[in-house]
Design a protein around this ligand. Structure first.
Ligand code: ADP
Ligand code: ZN
Ligand code: ZN
Length: 736
């Protein structure tokens, strides 16, 4: 008699497909755990999926149910905490769960093949090898002789160091192993624990001590803001906190940094101070093999500290004890496509769920964070002064451009300052603030600015259509030719002539070595590092850039920072533009010059008395933040309101218009609390052939927005036009 096979169970599988539902499969007799990776047939293809639930029944008729092809039962499954965090984010950011889950994994785990991480080895001489003599090796075995000599000298050599000795080291090393001279140990690649003694920590100053003590006195979840200018010793506080939190247990820490080029420096400092705590880095510049390896070291609990960028906020950490978010104000924590999460906000949720403390560090906290520190939601820890008085803060001054004639955007005073630096063989940085640039209409005579009559936003000039448009509420009117306030007939959009700036500089200073730093010139992987190196090597006289140079660098010979075209940030329709400008200027002013060569920051503006500059001159973040918060409160902008954006684009504008108009009607029906504005066309109305527009939703609480989106988004997915255009939802958008 043939025994009947046991009935197969049903698996709910999340797949990397843009459909917000799970898929049922038969388990195929595999003993699969929740969180495990499986390969399933999907349409005509095979897909990798993650099991998110098991059940005995399915709504799919059994004749239609297919079985999984295989399950990677030897791999540790994704743990419930990480899974729950991703599920929360998929809900909050309105993104399909399957795509959110799979995108969080290293690339190798998104393939349908089993993910074996290649083992890595370290080599050392055996007793036989140690007792031997190099002359026993034949002269023609040159590489073997080199390897032998290197092993004698260094004791242990990691395989990653061996290509330096010879590109074909593998064969030679194998020969040495076969003759019994060399032994290999498997090592955990990527782990940077070392055997060297820890660099002893400096005694903390009064502010640092107070900060550390307060952090230690709390238990469970607690959010802190560590506020202090560059060089005030925040990193030192992180390191001593890590030491105290992790020294006598097996806990883990997550340290988020905004940019890849920040990780090596921070890593190096951590490693020399905390050599006994195995550390891995996780960022997109790692090779796939290394990324997988590091991720698994974190998942298995072997790595004690994970230093990573945005995406690493989703790394499984079974024994998470604390979270650090450095430079928490940095916009690169926000993912600008697929799931548009904000890693700082996700880190906060994660700490809360794990009941562990989190510290956000910054010299210029985001206004959201500052607000939370003011209302007492976060504990505020302040470092007042620089930890070491190696450099004084630079002098910050404004050049009033109301009174001078500009030469392609440059004032005589700034040109003179640049000339002096060239003469003294010092370096200058000219910063053009053109990010997210939208021209506004400004009267140079009386400082009137075209503003929206329906909301408090500035109107944006759309020259081609000869219209002024509100990017907040959608209001639109004709461009006025004459200032309604003083009658000045010479109204101009701000921001003229900056394109020619670099050429002008080249003409004014033909001998100067000028380097552009912007998205284009830094696109190549190593480009920014190369530029930084050239600055340090004094191979550049003038940097011209739309982006500030990397944080974490001191530029002792860079003594002048010139800032042009700031007015477009002061009165930008993007209400965060001024906040960004302030942070950038504080940042760079903390980096330029040193004690014997003090730095100077010169800002060209038609508004030298603006409170942003008044605060900046005094290096006074608090004054600035408080004035900004008042403005935000009056205008009902974040953090006093919560926003979500529905973006749509198609090759015909009529599609976009119809879709957004329907969405608008729906949204207004679905929520009486959330204010949904009329559709708006962004400054770049057409991008890569696509006509674009968006809809802004504004609520008093996250909950109001979430409740609306939860109903709205499924209805939009079912909309007849939904598949005919591209649309996305951006919750808590940073840029419009
Ligand atoms: P931040 O992270 O705020 O920019 P860092 O922690 O990097 O500041 O500190 C700036 C510099 O001051 C570093 O060179 C650091 O080694 C040094 N430093 C920080 N705290 C102390 C201290 N208590 N005693 C001596 N030096 C310190
Ligand atoms: Zn005027
Ligand atoms: Zn408006």
């Amino acid at each position: 008699m043939i025994p009947t096979p046991p009935p197969m169970g049903i698996l709910q599988v999340a797949l990397d497909v843009p459909i917000d539902s799970l898929f049922d499969y038969l388990d195929g007799g595999f003993d699969v755990a929740v969180g495990q990776r499986v390969v399933v047939p999907f349409g005509r293809r095979r897909q990798i999926g993650i099991v998110v639930g098991k059940s005995a029944v399915s709504e799919v008729p059994s004749a239609k149910l297919k079985a999984i092809e295989t399950a990677f039962v030897d791999e540790p499954p994704l743990d419930p905490d990480t899974f729950a965090l991703l599920r929360f984010c998929a809900d909050y950011y309105q993104y399909p769960l399957g795509q959110a889950l799979l995108a969080s994994l290293p690339g190798r785990l998104r393939q349908t093949e089993p993910a074996v991480s290649r083992k890595q080895y370290a080599f050392r001489l055996s007793a036989v090898g140690l007792a031997a003599d190099i002359e026993q090796l034949p002269r023609r075995k040159l590489i073997q002789r080199k390897l032998y000599a290197a092993l004698l000298e260094h004791g242990v050599l990691h395989e990653s160091a061996l290509p330096e000795i010879s590109a074909s080291w593998r064969g030679a090393m194998q020969g040495l192993q076969e003759s019994g001279w060399v032994e290999a140990d498997e090592v955990l690649a990527g782990l940077s624990a070392s055997v060297s003694a820890a660099v002893p920590p400096p005694p903390l100053n009064e502010d640092q001590t107070a900060a550390l003590q307060r952090m230690q006195a709390s238990e469970g979840f607690k959010a802190w803001l560590l506020h202090g200018i560059t060089g005030s010793g925040k990193t030192e506080v992180y390191m001593q906190w890590l030491q105290q939190m992790l020294a006598d247990n097996d806990g883990q820490a997550l340290v988020l940094v905004p940019e890849i080029n920040l990780t090596p420096q921070l890593e190096a400092r951590f490693r020399s101070r905390l050599p006994h705590l195995p550390m891995v880095a996780l960022h997109s510049n790692l090779g796939e093999a290394e990324r997988l390896q590091n991720w698994r070291l974190a998942q298995s609990g072997i790595a004690r500290i994970v230093v990573g960028t945005r995406l690493s906020v989703f790394t499984p950490l079974p024994r998470l004890r604390l979270v650090i978010v450095d430079e928490e104000h940095d916009g690169s924590y926000k993912q600008q496509d697929s799931m548009r999460y904000h890693a700082r906000d996700v880190a906060m949720v994660r700490a809360q769920r794990a009941k562990v403390p989190i510290v956000l560090g910054s010299a210029t906290p985001s206004l959201e964070t500052w607000h939370n520190a003011q209302t007492g939601k976060y504990g505020l820890l302040t470092l007042q002064n620089r930890a070491v008085a190696k450099s004084q803060l630079p002098r910050i001054g404004c050049i009033d451009t109301n009174r001078v004639e500009l030469q392609d955007g440059l004032s005589p005073a700034l040109i003179e300052a640049l000339r002096q630096r060239l003469e003294r063989k010092e370096q200058s940085l000219l910063f053009i603030n053109r990010r997210g640039y939208s021209p506004v209409l400004l009267c140079n005579a009386c400082h009137w600015i075209a503003s929206c009559t329906r909301c408090s936003s500035r109107l944006v000039v759309h020259l081609r259509q000869s219209r002024l448009r509100c990017h907040h509420c959608g209001h639109e009117q004709k461009i006025v030719r004459q200032c309604p306030s003083c009658g000045n007939a010479d109204l101009h959009p701000t921001g003229h002539g900056t394109q020619r700036l670099e050429e002008t500089l080249a003409r004014l200073f033909p001998m100067a070595r000028i380097q552009r730093v912007d998205r284009d010139s830094t696109r190549r992987k190593e480009a920014l590092a190369d530029i930084l190196q050239a600055v340090h090597a004094d191979e550049i006289d003038i940097l011209v850039g739309t982006q500030m140079l990397a944080k974490g660098h001191d530029f002792p010979n860079l003594t002048l920072v010139g800032v042009v075209d700031t007015d477009s940030a002061l009165f930008s329709p993007d209400f965060r533009a001024a906040e960004r400008l302030f942070a950038q200027l504080m940042q760079v002013s903390g980096r330029a010059g040193r004690a014997d060569k003090p730095g100077e920051v010169l800002i060209q503006t038609t508004f030298p008395e603006h409170n942003l500059f008044n605060a900046l001159r005094k290096h006074d973040y608090v004054a600035y933040a408080d004035s900004q918060l008042q403005e935000r409160q009056l205008a009902q902008f974040p953090p006093y309101a919560f926003l979500a954006l529905l973006r749509a684009e198609a090759n015909q504008y009529s599609l976009v218009q119809d879709f957004l108009n329907d969405a608008l009607v729906l949204a207004r029906q679905l929520s009486e609390h959330v204010l949904t504005y009329d559709p708006v066309r962004p400054q770049m109305e057409k991008l890569k052939g696509m006509e674009r527009a968006y809809l802004l939703m504004q609520g008093e609480s996250r909950l109001q927005i979430q409740q609306l989106l939860r109903q709205l988004v499924p209805q939009l997915r079912a909309h007849p036009l939904a598949s005919k255009l591209r649309w996305t939802v951006d919750v808590d958008p940073l840029e419009f």
